[in-house]
Design a protein around this ligand. Structure first.
Ligand SMILES: Cc1cc2nc3c(=O)[nH]c(=O)nc-3n(C[C@H](O)[C@H](O)[C@H](O)COP(=O)(O)O)c2cc1C
Length: 216
């Protein structure tokens, strides 16, 4: 199998968590001889080549971060330039995010299934996983702890050519945190995190309270 991979993050490759995830994912995917070519939506100079690759390839994988509960605007801008295929091509997605609970990615996942159809492609499923905020900020050891599991998912994808297996479903982790954890997280966000955000805002010159709503 040869796979066209599109990194749908608006962040440049160097700073993109999606790119670090793809690095590990493709390592596993290529073990059985699967090959790929990868493009970055963040680099508009690649858009013509990406469009040509979209038209040429039958196996397509779009990896994207959740941005404000939905797909990044820059990726949408690119997708709107494509002509629907209707030639038997198939699309799968990797949908990853910062917050950890699976439930907050489900709306995006449902949208991606519709998107595959709108692009005139069959749908090969979505690998859904949160808890990726730290990739960009932590040292190699921590970064690898978060990204290494994607190598196994790459193997799964190469073997099944879709994300419909039980292993992929389980990969999401908890759909929703248990009540005691939500209580603790609520407490942390309303105390320490609130204070930290206030300090960060003040340091970058913010003079209004963070809940300031002048247009209410
Ligand atoms: C503008 C923006 C909006 C985001 N919105 C969400 C969100 O709604 N839910 C979430 O869990 N993470 C959200 N995140 C976190 C990203 O999904 C997460 O950090 C992801 O790993 C970033 O991947 P990238 O570096 O490849 O863009 C957001 C990040 C940014 C910058």
């Amino acid at each position: 199998m040869h796979v066209l991979i599109i990194n749908g993050s608006p962040r440049v490759k160097k700073y993109s968590n999606t790119d670090k995830i793809l690095e590990k994912f493709t390592k596993g995917m290529c073990e059985n001889g699967t090959t790929f070519e990868q493009y970055e939506v963040s680099d508009k100079a690649q858009w013509d080549d990406m469009r040509e690759a979209f038209n040429r390839n039958k196996n397509i994988l779009i990896a994207l971060p959740l941005y404000v509960e939905c797909i990044p605007g820059l990726l949408m801008e690119f997708l709107e330039t494509l002509t629907p295929k209707n030639d038997g091509s198939q699309i799968a997605f990797i949908l990853q995010s910062g917050f950890a609970e699976g439930i907050q990615l489900r709306c995006g996942e449902a949208y991606l299934e519709i998107l595959a159809e709108k692009l005139g492609c069959g749908y090969k499923g979505t690998l859904v996983k949160g808890d990726n905020f730290s990739i960009r900020f932590t040292d190699d050891k921590m970064k690898n702890k978060v990204t290494d599991p994607y190598t196994e998912m790459g193997r799964e994808f190469a073997a099944n050519e879709n994300f419909n297996s039980e292993a992929c479903r389980k990969f999401t982790g908890p759909e929703i945190f248990p009540a005691h954890m939500r209580f603790i997280l609520g407490l942390v966000f309303n105390t320490f995190a609130k204070k930290a955000f206030k300090m960060i805002a003040a340091n970058i010159g913010c003079e209004q309270p963070l809940d300031y709503r002048p247009y209410r």
